[in-house]
Structures are given as structure tokens and as C-alpha cells.
Write a protein that binds this ligand. Structure first.
Ligand SMILES: O=P(O)(O)OC[C@H]1O[C@@H](O)[C@H](O)[C@@H](O)[C@@H]1O
Length: 273
């Protein structure tokens, strides 16, 4: 009998941003893209940079939609690792971060974040919890930003999104996802979906079944050939090696009263062809 632990994805991770960097399946396939040019060591005068790849956590601001640094404050914060274990056929990680009102003048709130990751056989589950530990309500946007490794984004596709309302950064007249599979070209792609139904991503060689709860939108992003040139931490040509399908809350910020907790989950199931 094969021990399920032997086949559960191995995980690499770092406390900066509680960022899962990689998950290896038992055949050594990598679930996530991770740029070899990622630098997480702080340079004098600048904050530590999150790795380009894996699964960054975005909070309390999605992308550049507000006054905070792009994608918020926690992907450049050092989290506490509370659990890193392998038992009963599963690997489990748990990170925690406490945010205090005095940490950032533009977001003067108290919150506790926890990220739990569980890998079992061909499955990964991410659970992000946000608790309001202060005495005033706050709202936030953000979520998870997985960089899914694909053989070639130009031959990859995703199903499950047809007919959903969209906001597209580059095609502002587009109102809904056209019928058929979603495919990518050499052009930059950034499309926010109005909901978060299950999606199947054909990564080339295997598919990833993605489903989420708590989060209520998908953001699908790939910088394309031209957009990638502006990303110093991405080798030329590597934009073809990933697509980000991100479970997020953007259009409807999450309001948390004192003592309330949000819970968002992402399930990633690897299906061999
Ligand atoms: O380069 P960053 O800060 O990691 O962001 C990557 C991309 O992340 C996506 O989620 C956003 O929709 C894009 O606007 C953004 O460019």
C-alpha cells in the first residue's frame, strides 16, 4: 500500500508574505510557476519583494485600487509559522499575522490573518481567515494570487467562465465572457469575473480543477509578451509559463465588524489526462 503522504504534494514556502512558493506532485510536476529571478531579500531602502510566483496573499487592498501599496500590506510582511507538519496522509502549514492600528497610517486597524494550507494526494486546499481584532469595523479587498504553471499559456484553456459578467482592463466594452473555452494570446490579459464558480484549467499534461468559497470573484491575469517586459523579476519568455486564476473579493469589499471573521477557501485538484 502506498502511503498517501508519499503522494501528497510537497510544499516550499516562506514566512515573507506566508507565500507558498511551490507544490510538487509525486511525479515531480510543479503546480505553481516560480520565477528564478525572484528576490525576497530586502535591499537597503526598499521593502522585501514578494516572490514572483507561488501563491501571494493580497490584503487589505487588491492591486492598485486604493492608496496602499499595490496588493496591500501583507505580502511584504513576515508572518509567524505555527504549523508545518506531515501526518495522516496530509501535509499542513499554518501561518498567522497580527496587524496593529499603528502599523500603517492609511489602514489603522487591528486584524489577525491566518493562512492554512493542506496538501493531500493530488489536492491542495488554501484557507485564508481574516478576523477583526479591533473595536472598529473595517473593510478590505484582496484574496489569493496563485501563479499556476502551464506548459504554454498560448495552448492552455479554461472552462467554467462562459456567460459570466466581466470587467476587462484592456477591452472595456466587453460585458460578459464569450461562449466556449477561455484562451490566451500574446496580448496582456486582465479580466475580473462577477462570480467565482468552479473552473477547470488545462495546464498541458494535466488539468487543475479550481473551486472557491468565501471569495466571490475570479481575477484572471497574464502579463502577455509586452506586459512581461515591464516585470524585472520575470525572465524573457516566462510569461508563457503561467496563468493566474485568483479567488478574490474586489467589487464588493468585505466588511468586518469587531469580532467577525471572514473565511475564504481555494481548492486545487490535479486531474491527470
Ligand atoms: O506585479 P504585481 O504587483 O505582483 O501584480 C501582478 C498583477 O496582479 C493581478 O492580480 C492584477 O490584476 C494586475 O493588475 C497586476 O499587474
Amino acid at each position: 500500500m502506498v502511503d498517501a503522504l508519499e503522494t501528497a504534494p510537497r510544499l516550499a514556502h516562506q514566512d515573507l508574505g506566508a507565500q507558498v512558493l511551490q507544490a510538487w506532485l509525486d511525479n515531480a510536476a510543479r503546480v505553481f510557476y516560480l520565477s528564478p529571478l525572484s528576490v525576497s531579500v530586502p535591499r537597503p531602502g526598499s521593502a522585501a519583494a514578494p516572490a514572483r510566483g507561488g501563491v501571494p496573499v493580497l490584503f487589505p487592498q487588491f492591486a492598485d485600487q486604493g492608496v496602499l501599496p499595490k496588493h496591500g500590506l501583507v505580502r511584504t510582511a513576515h508572518w509567524r509559522l505555527l504549523q508545518d507538519t506531515a501526518a495522516q496522509g496530509a501535509r499542513q502549514l499554518r501561518y498567522e499575522l497580527d496587524m496593529k492600528p499603528q502599523d500603517d497610517a492609511n489602514w489603522p486597524h487591528a486584524a489577525r490573518l491566518s493562512l492554512q494550507v493542506k496538501s493531500k494526494l493530488d489536492e491542495l486546499v488554501f484557507v485564508l481567515r481574516v478576523s477583526n481584532t479591533g473595536d472598529q469595523s473595517f473593510n478590505w479587498t484582496g484574496g489569493l494570487h496563485p501563479y499556476f504553471a502551464v506548459r504554454d499559456v498560448l495552448t492552455s484553456s479554461a472552462t467554467g467562465l462562459a456567460g459570466l459578467g466581466v470587467q476587462d482592463r484592456y477591452d472595456t466594452d466587453l460585458r460578459s465572457q464569450p461562449p466556449g473555452d477561455l484562451c490566451w494570446t500574446t496580448q496582456p490579459f486582465e479580466r475580473l469575473y462577477e462570480a467565482c464558480p468552479p473552473v477547470t484549467l488545462d495546464a498541458g499534461g494535466y488539468s487543475l480543477r479550481l473551486s472557491a468559497s468565501g471569495f466571490d470573484q475570479w481575477m484572471v491575469w497574464n502579463p502577455g509578451e509586452a506586459g512581461a517586459r515591464a516585470l524585472a523579476d520575470l525572465p524573457a519568455g516566462d510569461w508563457r509559463r503561467f496563468v493566474c486564476v485568483e479567488p478574490v473579493c474586489v467589487t464588493r469589499p468585505v466588511l468586518l465588524a469587531p469580532g467577525e471573521t471572514f473565511e475564504g477557501r481555494l481548492w486545487i485538484q490535479v486531474c491527470r489526462h
